[in-house]
Every structure is written in structure tokens, then in C-alpha cells.
Design a protein around this ligand. Structure first.
Ligand code: HPA
Length: 258
């Protein structure tokens, strides 16, 4: 086992791009890819059988990136440090920007499955922080502009050019893995959330603590309508596969601007 920095063969990833469901095709576009399994670089592997846990490092649309395929979630029962381990490793290897994507449930009335939400802010409702580490000095990290304003503008302009339906919004990060009850959905709306998902927020806290600029994108896979909408994992995965290519087009436009 060895750390990421020792395995990069001279590459210095400028960007960590973490792919949520439906976005796998972007990893296939990396030129001269160096494929590293998490377990080869001392990173914890996803516990879900059949889920990839790997980094693909190389050039993507002119930028040296580390593409993260497969991530760990708090609902797998792993420590929050494991959820954020990849962010930490790629930051230590030299990355300055974190582009994070996820599948999320829409809460805003006017959302449709397949829409893209550019994260303007988040609510960390997981009850966890990767900055709480036994024996480490507490890090009191500023989070007032967790999602970089310039990257948000670039993303919205690119969406306009491409005709990709996108809006800014607030992502609520929850532990899951149960989907929301109607009462929870009402609560999330009442506190200002536009979408809800089971990832991203603890990774972003870690990234900000490490000084990375962050851009975040949700692919809306299902929408919680008033009165409650049954949601299934299969529906979320199908919608992610269907909507992924559109968000991938947007990410290709954003990457050269980081
Ligand atoms: N809730 C939480 N996480 C999700 C959802 C949802 O509705 N859709 C995709 N991830």
C-alpha cells in the first residue's frame, strides 16, 4: 500500500472531480489515464458490493484531473473521516479545486427530474463533521462562500449557452438511507432547502478546511411533491443514467475555466 502522491508518476491533479450516479462516462474521457484503485493508495473502499472505488488521473478537456468514481457514504456505517478521505488525499497531491456532483431529490415546486442544480450553499444536516478528529486541533473553518461564486457564475453561464436547464439552490445533506417522510420534506422546504441528498456536505466541509475552491452540482433524479411522493432507489438510478449526459455536457464546459 502506498499513498496517492507516491503513485502519480509526475502528474499533479489540479481538480478533484467526484462523480455521482449517472456521470461515469466522464471518467472514460480522461486522456492518458492512470487508474488507481482506492485500496492501492491507502484509501477506504466503498462497502457496497460491485461499487467501484477508484481514481482516474489524467487530462480532461485540457485540465489535469483526478476523477473519483465511487464514494463512501455515511449510511454505509463508515466513519466520516473515510467519507472525506479521498478529498484529503487529492488535496495533499496538489489539487486546488473540488468539483462535486450528486444525485438529489428536488424539493422546489418547479423542479423536474433531469434538471441540474448548481449548489449555492448547503445545510449539513448529517450531524457529522470531518473536522472533528480525536487528537487534532479543531479547525474553525469559514463557510460563508463554501461554493465559489466565480465558478457558480461560470456554470450558470455555460448552462445558458448549452440550453441545459439549471438553477442555483441549496442542498440539504442528510444521512439516509431512508428517503424523506412527507413531514421531513416539509421541514426541509421550510428551512430553505431546494434539494436533498445523502452525500457531498461532509466532503465539502473537508475541502474548505483544506483550502480548495468548490463547485457543486446536483442532478435532480426525483421530485418530492406536496403530500408525499413514493421514491425508489431504482427510480433514482434510472433517472441518473438518463440525466447524466446533460450534466456531463455542462461539466465539460466548466472544466476549462477552473
Ligand atoms: N432523498 C435523498 N437522497 C436522494 C434523493 C432523495 O429524494 N434522491 C436522490 N438522492
Amino acid at each position: 500500500m502506498t499513498t496517492l502522491a507516491g503513485r502519480l508518476e509526475g502528474r499533479v491533479p489540479r481538480v478533484l472531480l467526484t462523480l455521482g450516479s449517472g456521470l461515469g462516462e466522464l471518467a472514460d474521457e480522461v486522456a492518458n489515464p492512470l487508474v488507481l484503485q482506492f485500496t492501492d493508495i491507502d484509501l477506504p473502499a466503498p462497502t457496497v458490493p460491485g461499487h467501484a472505488g477508484r481514481l482516474v488521473v489524467g487530462d480532461l478537456h485540457g485540465v489535469c484531473v483526478a476523477v473519483q468514481q465511487g464514494r463512501l457514504h455515511l449510511y454505509e456505517g463508515v466513519p466520516v473521516a473515510d467519507v472525506a478521505a479521498c478529498v484529503r488525499a487529492v488535496a495533499e497531491a496538489g489539487a486546488e479545486t473540488f468539483i462535486v456532483t450528486n444525485a438529489a431529490g428536488g424539493l422546489a415546486e418547479d423542479m423536474e427530474p433531469g434538471d441540474t442544480m448548481v449548489l449555492a450553499d448547503h445545510l449539513n444536516l448529517t450531524g457529522h463533521s470531518p473536522l472533528i478528529r480525536a487528537g487534532a486541533h479543531p479547525q474553525f473553518v469559514d463557510m460563508t462562500e463554501a461554493y465559489d461564486g466565480q465558478l457558480r457564475r461560470v456554470a450558470l453561464e455555460a448552462a445558458g449557452r448549452l440550453g441545459v436547464p439549471a438553477r442555483e439552490g441549496i442542498y440539504a445533506g442528510v444521512v439516509g438511507p431512508a428517503y424523506e417522510t412527507p413531514a421531513e420534506t416539509r421541514l426541509l422546504r421550510a428551512v430553505g432547502a431546494d434539494a436533498v441528498g445523502m452525500s457531498t456536505v461532509t466532503e465539502v466541509v473537508a475541502a474548505r478546511a483544506l483550502g480548495l475552491r468548490v463547485a457543486g452540482f446536483s442532478l435532480i433524479t426525483n421530485v418530492h411533491r406536496r403530500g408525499g411522493t413514493p421514491t425508489s432507489h431504482a427510480e433514482v438510478l434510472t433517472a441518473a443514467e438518463a440525466g447524466g449526459p446533460r450534466l456531463a455536457r455542462l461539466l465539460r464546459e466548466v472544466l476549462p475555466h477552473v
